[in-house]
Structure formats: structure tokens, C-alpha cells
Design a protein around this ligand. Structure first.
Ligand code: ATP
Length: 354
């Protein structure tokens, strides 16, 4: 459904006028320096209309700063932000048509769930009947109908997070920005809410930009993932792309549990490059002359992880749960199939495809 068509005529739209349905976001050479800290360095990124873009990286890599710059809560030191075809650098946050959902919910404790959800529409001056209808619809879509008359303090963390989402939904923003919204939830709720978010993204047909340091969230929800390290963008691609063709050693080691094994130059071949190979691609074969010493064996049921040493290099091997596993202290033979090797330049740390 076109977002433009879905909006009630009575609503006062103060936001920038986008052309058609376009809710794409473009970052052009964004740098952000706080005092002397370079939080984001020369990041250019295109987020397509209806993308579910994940900004992924370790703590302090600059992902929240980038999201806040998109939402207008932070000004870039250099560079431009576009929503649709409009440059929004000078446009204040509330006029950007971007809804922000935080980890901390930021709900009004003394208002009911209904009043919390209706709040953005009230601020906008929408009539009471419209507010009620929109809130009821958003609440229903997130399973909150029976809690509408409760206060946030009478809800679980997961329910509060859904109220925060419902409050964002009623605004029908062009872009949803979410900053680690699931990190307060326990593992089960997180996994359920992940699925809800994916369904919500499909239903709303909006653009989502979602910050997390959790690669499982990134891989399971994102249509595309932007991996960041130390303020720089390392790679942008589908979850499958970043897993199977990591652009840098950082991405190779950050995506995947356990991470990709990286062998020093000259250890496995004469290519002159670092060689990477995923734990599930290393084979155990007693006939192999490449011998490793087993230090730890982790039986996880569906898989077994073998932590071993090849000279001074640590190697992780992933076996299926029903495969025969070696024991701690064994010497085992390893095979690193050529077709599963990734090469990286030792100086630039970038992928080399020949
Ligand atoms: P986390 O996952 O821990 O929230 P992040 O990847 O979102 O981390 P940012 O919050 O964007 O990282 O911070 C990036 C860098 O900028 C960090 O070194 C941080 O200390 C610094 N930084 C962020 N905000 C400010 C600020 N207001 N003043 C000074 N430095 C800041």
C-alpha cells in the first residue's frame, strides 16, 4: 500500500514533502567529531525505500551516532543526509517524518497505554475519534488490545517495548529508526519480538533502520546489513553477502559464531595473503599431514565445536552433532578445502578476489 494513500486527509502533515512513496535515506560522506573523538568517519550509505537496514558493530563503533544523525538528534560535522530527494541537514527532528524507538521505551509512566500510543497524534492535533481508531489498530497489530487501559508500570518489558513500537506506528513515519530496542528483553521474548518486527516491516511497507551489536538480530531481520568498526563502514550487503563474502578481516571475524579462522600469510598456501576459512568448512581427516592439537571440545547437541592449535594459530572446527568428535589432547589431521578459502591483504585487511 502506498504510504501516501494510507494517511488520513485530516492529519496535519508538517513533515517534508517526499516525492511519491520514496522513503529512501542517503548518507553522503558523513563525519561526526565530538570534541576530539571521531565517532563516524566519512560514511556514505544508501538505504533503499522499504529496506530493513541494520547498522551492526561493536560498542563504540558509531552506529548510534549515525542513527541519531539520520533522525536529526545529532548534527553531522561534515556531510549531508537526504530523505527521499530532500536534503534534511537543516530540518529539525520532528519535521523529518522519522520515528525513533529506543531501548529505554521512553513511555509516559502516568499515562495509560492508550494515551501513550495516541500521544503523537494528539500533538499533531488529530481529532479524538481518529486518534482512538489509529491507536486501536496499532495496539491490535502488536497484541496490546487487552492492555490499553493499563499504565506502563503494569506491563512486562516486552509489552512496554511493543507500546513504544505502537506509538511509532501511529505516526506512519517514512522511516523508523530503532536503537537496540530489544536489548532489555530476555532471550525468548527477544526471539519472539524479532519475528514480530519482521512481520511489522512487511505489513507497514516502511523503511526501517535498526542499530544493534547483535549479529543474530542483524542476520535474521535485516534485508541489508551495514557493518561498522571504529566509525568506518566496513561493508554493506545482504546477510548472506556479509557472511559468505566478508569484505574485510574485521567483518570475517565479527560475523559468525565462532568467527572465521584467519591463518597467517604463508601458513596454508603461497598466495602471499592471509587465509580465512569458516569453522564449518574445516574438515577433520586422520590422513591429513596438517596436524593440530585439540585443547577444548564443546558438545552443544546439534553441533560440536573443536578448539585446537595449529602451531601458534588457534583453529575452530565445527562438526555436526552426530559426527564422531575427537577428545581433548588428541592430535588430529585438518583439511582446509581450497574452494572455501578467503584471501585478505595483510596490510589493508581487505578481501582479495582473484
Ligand atoms: P554502543 O553500542 O555502546 O551504544 P555505538 O556503536 O552506538 O556504541 P556511539 O554511541 O555512536 O557508538 O559512539 C561512538 C563514539 O563516539 C564512542 O567513542 C563514544 O564514546 C563517542 N560519543 C558518542 N556520543 C558522544 C558525545 N555526546 N560526546 C562525546 N563523545 C561521544
Amino acid at each position: 500500500m502506498s504510504r501516501a494513500h494510507g494517511r488520513p486527509e485530516t492529519r496535519t502533515r508538517v513533515a517534508i514533502a517526499y516525492c511519491g512513496d520514496v522513503a529512501k535515506v542517503r548518507l553522503d560522506s558523513i563525519t561526526k567529531i565530538f570534541d576530539s573523538v571521531v565517532a563516524v568517519e566519512d560514511v556514505s550509505l544508501d538505504v533503499g525505500d522499504h529496506d530493513f537496514m541494520i547498522l551492526l558493530g561493536p560498542s563504540g563503533c558509531g552506529k548510534s551516532t549515525l542513527l541519531r544523525i539520520i533522525a536529526g538528534l545529532e548534527e553531522p560535522t561534515e556531510g549531508d543526509v537526504y530523505i527521499g530527494d530532500v536534503k534534511v541537514n537543516e530540518i529539525e527532528p520532528k519535521l523529518r517524518d522519522v520515528a525513533m524507538v529506543f531501548q529505554s521505551y521512553a513511555l509516559y509512566p502516568h499515562k495509560t497505554v492508550r494515551a501513550n500510543i495516541e500521544f503523537p497524534l494528539k500533538v499533531r492535533g488529530a481529532p479524538k475519534a481518529e486518534r482512538a481508531a489509529e491507536a486501536a489498530k496499532a495496539a491490535e497489530s502488536l497484541g496490546l488490545t487487552e492492555y490499553l487501559d493499563r499504565k506502563p508500570g503494569q506491563l512486562s518489558g516486552g509489552q512496554r517495548q511493543r507500546v513504544a513500537l505502537a506509538r511509532a506506528i501511529v505516526r506512519r513515519p517514512a522511516v523508523f529508526c530503532m536503537d537496540e530496542p530489544l536489548s532489555n528483553l530476555d532471550a525468548k521474548l527477544r526471539s519472539e519480538t524479532r519475528a514480530e518486527l519482521v512481520a511489522l516491516h512487511r505489513r507497514l511497507a516502511s523503511t526501517f533502520i535498526y542499530v544493534t551489536h547483535d549479529q543474530v538480530e542483524a542476520m535474521t531481520m535485516g534485508t541489508r546489513v551495514a557493518v561498522m568498526s571504529r566509525g568506518e563502514l566496513q561493508q554493506v550487503g545482504t546477510p548472506q553477502d556479509v557472511y559468505s563474502k566478508p569484505a574485510t578481516v574485521f567483518v570475517a571475524e565479527f560475523i559468525g559464531t565462532p568467527p572465521m579462522n584467519i591463518f597467517p600469510v604463508g601458513m596454508l598456501d603461497e598466495s602471499g595473503y592471509l587465509v580465512g576459512i569458516r569453522p564449518e568448512h574445516v574438515l577433520v581427516d586422520s590422513a591429513s599431514p596438517v596436524r593440530a592439537h585439540v585443547d577444548v571440545v564443546e558438545h552443544l547437541g546439534h553441533e560440536t565445536l573443536i578448539n585446537c592449535r595449529l602451531g601458534d594459530t588457534r583453529v575452530m572446527v565445527r562438526l555436526g552433532g552426530d559426527e564422531v568428535a575427537p577428545c581433548v589432547g588428541d592430535d588430529i589431521g585438518l583439511i582446509t578445502p581450497v574452494n572455501h578459502r578467503h584471501h585478505f591483504d595483510a596490510t589493508t585487511q581487505r578481501r582479495v578476489d582473484e
